[in-house]
Each structure stands twice: as C-alpha cells, then as structure tokens.
Design a protein around this ligand. Structure first.
Ligand code: GDP
Ligand code: K
Ligand code: MG
Length: 292
C-alpha cells in the first residue's frame, strides 16, 4: 500500500513554519530569518519514503494585507486550506491571540485532521509550558497537540510519523526523487533575498525582489546572473554600499549557500536595478510569480 497527500503548515509570522518544513525535508528549501514576511510564496517540500510521499507546503504567515504583494501572499495562505489532507497549525510559546479570526474559525471547524504544534519550547520553563498546553488545547479542541522545538529537533520525528499515518492511500503525485515543485532559479532568488533580509535594515528588504535571469549549468560549475530590484534610487545606493562592499557580501554569502544547495561550484553575478513601485503593480507581481 502507498500513501500520499498534502500537508499544509499555517500560522502567524515567525512562529517557525519554515524551520519546521526544513527539519522535515532535511534541506534548506525555505529561507529563515527572524523577520516577519520572510516567506512570500507557497513552497512545496516533498518527503519521500518507500511507502509514502508527504507533500508539505510552507506558507507566508497570516497577516492583514497592506499592499498588493501582501494580498497575493494571503491568497497563497487561503489556497493552503483547499487541497490539504493534513493541516499543521503552528503557534509559539507565549503567543496568545490569532491575528485573523476568520482563519482561526477555519482551523477550529476543519473537517481535515489538524495537528497543533506549540513551537519553541526550548525557550520555555515547565510551568509556562504546562499553562500554554492547557490554553491551546482549549482553544483548538479538534486538534492533536504536540509541544515541539523545530530548531532543536525535539518531537519532530513523532509529528512526522503521525503525519504519515494520516495520509490517505494514494499513488505518488510527484516523481519519487523530486524534492520540490519550484525551479532551480527560485532557490537562487531566495538565497539572495535571505542575505538581504539579514544584512539590511528597515524597509529595504521589503522593497526588494530578486530575479535570476541566467542559470547555466556546466560540467563543473553553475553560472548565474541575478538582478536585485528595488523601488527607489536611494535604496539602490544602500544595497550596493560603500565601494560595493555591501553587495559583495551578499554575493559571497549567497554563493556559499548555493554551492552547498546544488553541490557544485557556483559563479554568481549580481546587479541592482530600480523598478518603481513593483510591489503595488499587478503586472510586475505576476512576473515575479505572485499570481495564484
Ligand atoms: P516562519 O516565519 O513561521 O516561517 O518562521 P521561521 O522558520 O522563519 O523562524 C522565525 C525565527 O524563529 C527564526 O529566527 C528561527 O530560527 C526561530 N525559531 C524557529 N523555530 C524555533 C524553535 O524551535 N526554537 C527557537 N528558540 N527558535 C526557533
Ligand atoms: K520569518
Ligand atoms: Mg517562513
């Protein structure tokens, strides 16, 4: 018998959804930073076993949209309810309220099995943990409850075993050697965006989009050329930095991650371009893959 199905991970920004997904996959597919809205797209990660295929999806955190890009991000979250076989609802220690009541209702009235993961228990003491466990089980009584640490790997294997149990009987949906539904260029964009999130302050990361224009795989090396898009001339200057030092750092660090990811030497060329107000422009958003 073979089992296969879709497992959708939802929750507020920064609770650890991408960290969990990567812990399941064992590869760095989803970028992780301490900033909210790091994940903009819906990313599938596929875990294959001899008798199962779990197709996990990491979604952007639930937020109230303030501009078009965010509206499109929330469409990815909504779609996560539509095709799931298992819902993984993640909260973190100390979190009390949900930012969106409509979503919360969908979870508590879900006909699909729900696993409620209370994450970051490595940051908690026993008393707080017990209090939170009671609180969350009352709030989401239809869910199976698991305290976890996605970062330290605590209870992750148990959760994963339970997910596999809950998968319906089905042939695989994707080839069994496939890890993700996203093309290689997507991971190049994401590796660069992660470094920008890490090294620049304030609004810069949110004004940035990365587009990999070239990706040539040769026998011993992969050659890539990517453009970092910003909304204003001043942001371009900040990205490049004094004598190009800031941009160089992004390039060097992203290249190292990409060499690990692809298991091959990488040559990465970066440049910066101003693209006025791309975040509010439907056509531009479509181009960057934000249409559903
Ligand atoms: P997402 O926005 O829900 O995808 O959250 P991320 O996976 O990007 O994680 C947000 C931040 O929480 C990052 O700094 C992670 O390192 C951190 N984090 C995730 N899981 C844990 C955990 O189990 N324990 C601790 N202490 N930090 C965690
Ligand atoms: K994050
Ligand atoms: Mg994320």
């Amino acid at each position: 018998m073979h089992k296969a199905g879709f497992v959708n991970i939802i929750g507020n920004p920064n609770v650890g959804k991408s960290t969990l997904m990567n812990a399941f996959i064992g590869e760095k597919l989803s970028i992780i930073t301490s900033k909210a809205q790091t994940t903009r797209h819906r990313i599938l990660g596929i875990v294959n076993g001899e008798n199962f295929q779990a197709i996990l999806s990491d979604t952007p955190g639930i937020i109230k949209p303030a501009y078009e890009l965010q509206e499109s991000m929330m469409d990815f979250v909504k779609s996560a309810f539509e095709d799931a076989d298992v819902l993984v609802y993640m909260v973190e220690i100390g979190e009390k309220e949900l930012k969106d009541e409509a979503f919360f209702k969908k979870i508590t009235s879900s006909k699909i099995p729900v696993l409620l993961l209370l994450n970051k228990i490595d940051t908690s003491n026993q008393e707080l943990l017990e209090e939170q466990a009671v609180l969350w089980q009352q709030k989401v009584p239809n869910a199976e409850f698991y305290p976890i640490s996605a970062l330290k790997g605590f209870n992750i294997q148990n959760v994963f075993n339970r997910i596999v149990e809950l998968l319906p009987e089905s042939p695989p949906f994707y080839p069994k050697d496939q890890l993700t539904d996203k093309p290689e260029r997507f991971f190049v964009n994401e590796a660069i965006r992660e470094k920008i999130l890490l090294h620049y302050k304030k609004e810069i990361p949110y004004a940035v989009e990365v587009d990999t224009e070239e990706f040539f795989e040769e026998e011993k090396i992969i050659r890539m050329r990517s453009v970092i898009m910003v909304e204003r001339e001043t942001q371009k200057g900040i990205i490049i930095g004094h004598k190009g030092a800031a941009l160089k750092r992004v390039g060097v660090e992203a290249r190292k991650d990409l060499e690990k990811f692809f298991g091959k030497q990488v040559h990465l060329e970066l440049y910066v371009k101003v693209n006025k107000n791309w975040r509010s422009n439907q056509r531009q958003l479509k181009r960057f893959g934000y249409n559903k």
